[in-house]
Design a protein around this ligand. Structure first.
Ligand SMILES: Cc1ncc(COP(=O)(O)O)c(C=O)c1O
Ligand SMILES: N[C@@H](CCCC[NH3+])C(=O)O
Length: 413
């Protein structure tokens, strides 16, 4: 279901016209739909039926505390990759016992804080990390619950920057070496083995890579059982893709069903979806500042830029760009570019649109890896974020001002 439909010739989010939000809150602007977030989360959660499970939303996709709070209220768990994300989840009212902590570079301080608040599981990504975690837990007089993130060497068939399950990627432990590391973990006094973890990449649009990875994880499960190592859950990571253009990823329920088909008995399953919950729950609104047709290209210069939404520049990602209120004008192919001083600063290229200066454009599917990857490049303040609930709009993050940036900097004495 599209939570950002056209109605009466203009684009809506739930009960509100986006043009009204742009007028009230200015542009560039991120706008999220509560109903969309909840629908996407529940599609995963419901698909498990009675099978013991936990959907741990990947905070990195969209870490706004109000967004996290909406999901926490639905019962979501959270996949975090930093101490900062941990504090966000706690601030949002997330249950520490539903948090899993992934990432190849956890620091001793981050481990200690996560142990103190009682997270559910550390997804350990190397032998060195396991040893450090054992030490940190020992100092606190605790046992650290762990899964080892294994790298199954499966081609996720996605953009190389967001593929994580190939042996040349930095993530996880070579699945062939995992049994030895589990045996080491079993010897460590401050480590408690809970599960096996695996995440092979992001924006996956086919089921096969997930199933290939799962097959290898299940072979490891058998091997560990033969070694007398008990496994209490499988964490199968995130990565389900969304439709940006003409991709046809499996539906949330088909993805979960495909995983469950292979799971033995009632073994609990965790998943860590980010994009498939947040991407199509958000749009990025930007206004055309100037039209600059040239002999070679037609540029529509907008007030949003690569610092606000970097996916097109970074991965050559294609996101749909639509007029908020379509009107009659000369239709041409436009490059939608921002004010940042980089040739790579574009939101889209060759988009057939009828444009005039002052028009509002919406970049669709911008709820994941949008604001979360925004920066202050060119000393631009990051945009405001609005969460819409029915006919009400809430500012869930204010637009950054230059004073906000300057507050953190000092002159030499
Ligand atoms: C460990 C881990 N879990 C979950 C995710 C979420 O991925 P996605 O947003 O594609 O669902 C990622 C990102 O790729 C990740 O690295
Ligand atoms: N940032 C990426 C996804 C990264 C997934 C995190 N491991 C994107 O925008 O598509």
């Amino acid at each position: 279901m599209d939570h950002f439909p056209y109605r009466d010739g203009t684009l809506y989010v739930e009960e509100l016209p986006l043009a009204l939000l742009a007028e009230r809150f200015g542009t560039p602007l991120y706008v999220y739909s509560r109903a969309a977030l909840e629908t996407h989360y529940r599609a995963f959660d419901d698909a498990f039926g009675d099978h013991p499970h936990q959907v741990c939303y990947a905070v990195k996709a969209n870490s706004n505390v109000a967004v996290l709070n909406v999901l926490a209220r639905c019962g979501a768990g959270f996949d975090i990759v930093s101490g900062g994300e941990l504090e966000r989840v706690l601030r949002a009212g997330g249950d520490p016992d539903k948090i899993v902590f992934s990432g190849v570079g956890k620091t001793a301080d981050e481990m200690a804080r996560a142990l103190q608040v009682g997270i559910h599981c550390f997804n350990v990504e190397s032998a060195a990390e396991l040893e450090l975690l054992n030490l940190v837990a020992g100092e606190l007089g605790q046992e650290a619950p762990i899964a080892i993130r294994v790298n199954p060497d499966v081609d996720a068939q996605t953009h190389p920057y967001i593929s994580t399950g190939l042996k040349e990627n930095k993530f996880g432990v070579d699945i062939r070496k995992a049994p030895a590391l589990y045996q080491r973990a079993a010897e460590l006094p401050h480590i408690r083995i809970l599960g096996i973890d695996c995440h092979i990449g992001s924006q996956l649009t086919r089921l096969e890579p997930f199933e290939d990875a799962l097959e290898r994880v299940l072979a490891l499960l058998t091997e560990l059982q033969e070694l007398g190592i008990e496994i209490h859950h499988l964490d199968l990571g995130g990565g389900l893709g969304v439709t940006y253009n003409d991709e046809t990823p499996p539906a949330h329920e088909d993805y979960v069903a495909a995983l469950l088909r292979h799971i033995p008995g009632e073994l609990p399953v965790h998943i860590e979806p980010g994009r498939a919950i947040a991407a199509n729950a958000g749009v990025f609104l930007t206004q055309v500042l100037f039209l600059k047709p040239t002999e070679h290209r037609n540029f529509a210069i907008v007030d949003g830029a690569m610092n606000d939404l970097i996916r097109p520049s970074l991965y050559s990602a294609w996101q749909d760009i639509v007029p908020v209120t379509p009107h009659e004008a000369d239709c041409r192919d436009w490059d939608i570019v921002g004010p940042v001083c980089e040739t790579g600063d574009f939101l889209g290229k060759d988009r057939a649109l009828a444009l005039e200066a002052g028009d509002l454009l919406a970049v669709r599917s911008a709820g994941a890896y949008g604001f979360a990857m925004a920066s202050n490049y060119n000393s631009r303040g990051r945009p405001a974020e609005i969460l819409v609930d029915g006919d009400q709009a809430f500012v869930v993050r204010q637009r950054e001002t230059i004073e906000d940036q300057l507050k953190l900097e000092t002159l030499l004495p």
